[in-house]
Design a protein around this ligand. Structure first.
Ligand SMILES: [Zn+2]
Length: 81
């Protein structure tokens, strides 16, 4: 995959900056960390839902891993280790 770069200074690092308009709309701007050129904007609602979905998936994964650890421990104890 090609590496993203700023169209202005060719920097490769970006940051998400939350902004609120005068009318109260929330956005998240993606900008170059070096010069501040905005390269994208995200709807804050979408950002929040993406974070929530990621959190949900992470919790599910943690539950699976915890369950696997408990199963392995139970098996080891059953074998007398
Ligand atoms: Zn830049």
């Amino acid at each position: 995959m090609a590496k993203s770069k700023c169209p202005c200074c060719e920097c490769h690092e970006f940051e998400a900056v939350p902004v609120v308009t005068k009318s109260g709309q929330k956005f998240c701007l993606v900008q170059c960390v070096a010069c501040g050129t905005v390269v994208g904007a995200l709807d804050d609602v979408k950002v929040a839902s993406v974070v929530r979905r990621a959190e949900h998936r992470l919790n599910a994964l943690l539950e699976k891993v915890t369950g696997a650890v408990v199963a392995v421990r139970g098996k080891e104890q059953g074998e007398g280790k």
